[in-house]
Write a protein that binds this ligand. Sequence first.
Ligand code: BGC
Ligand code: ZN
Length: 370
Amino acid sequence: MKALAVFPTRREVRLIDHPEPGVTAPTAVKLRMLEVGVCGTDREIVGFQYGTPPPGSEYLVLGHESLGEVIEVGAAVTRVKPGDLVVTMVRRPCPHPECLACSAGRQDFCYTGDFTERGIKGAHGFATELVVDDEKYMNVVPHQLREVAVLTEPLTIAEKAITQVWQVQQRLPWACPIGPSGEPGSCHRAVVLGAGPVGLLGAMALVNAGFETTVYSRASGLRDKATLVESFGARYAAAETTTLQQLAERVGNIDLVYEATGAARVSFEMMEVLGTNGVFIFTGVPGRKGPIELDANLIMRNLVLANQMVFGTVNANREAFEAAIRDLGTFVARWPEAVRGLITGRFPIEKATDVLLGEPGGIKNVITIS
Ligand code: BGC
Ligand code: ZN
């Protein structure tokens, strides 16, 4: 069957013929893959900066943001049935029994680093015609979400982050008085740094939770980013014309920053304007670049004197996938055009290398498989 693969030692990315997987375990499920989303991680992998083939394989099949349809189930499968649409989780636990996180089913917090990630690290991904995995890694998506369900995985990043925000902010009186809307973030102001798919989906999740949300970004070619952002109830501040000081004056106390750029300089500069009792979440992975200068004295002073909190977050657990699927349904009901507008290109798998190696453009590009 067709698969999109990267050969790190040969420095090649191409369509290959890959063996078909079979349903061999009683809890295994076979999927016909429909779509795979392309993200910055995939670009790093095809740039040979990141990514590892499975042991003994010369190549890695790409793809971790996916949507598939169940076509065959093992005898003991109960969570899914043929015809279901599913999004499969990315990370698998490490083999070490002493890893508290993996033993608890929280491989997204793996201690040892010996986890695998499908399409990224040590395990083949989803950019291929058929995929088999255990039912426990699959999440059913309602058929009404068929068109946008490939956005589930990038949305899980925000879902896991927001869950942690509520947890860590329990350190202080932060819960908003419950107003008529019942939105938990209604008394807080959030800034999203970056307007790529992770940033925009994060902004939708924050707006949906009631946060007054501002997206701060360089337009990077897309003239209508501001219109898109405003269409789902957030504000847009262009980095070209708004300094971080001006942003802070405009927003007021910045209670939450959701970083989604992978750019260290602007992120740490943003940290300088984080508000009292604020929480700053890093989701971006910077490339291996040299050191930068930053006002560490100011940042440290603020962290202490303003009781600030900074954390990084990666990957996602089952609850985050379930929340993402639920929220995607809400987003589609509230802002159908905006959600659909996040997917700016669909390309057949035969054209996938152009998408991966060429100038990306648009917001989320998707590879269609069947
Ligand atoms: C994926 C995560 C993964 C991370 C690090 C991201 O692009 O969405 O699932 O854990 O890369 O490999
Ligand atoms: Zn990704």
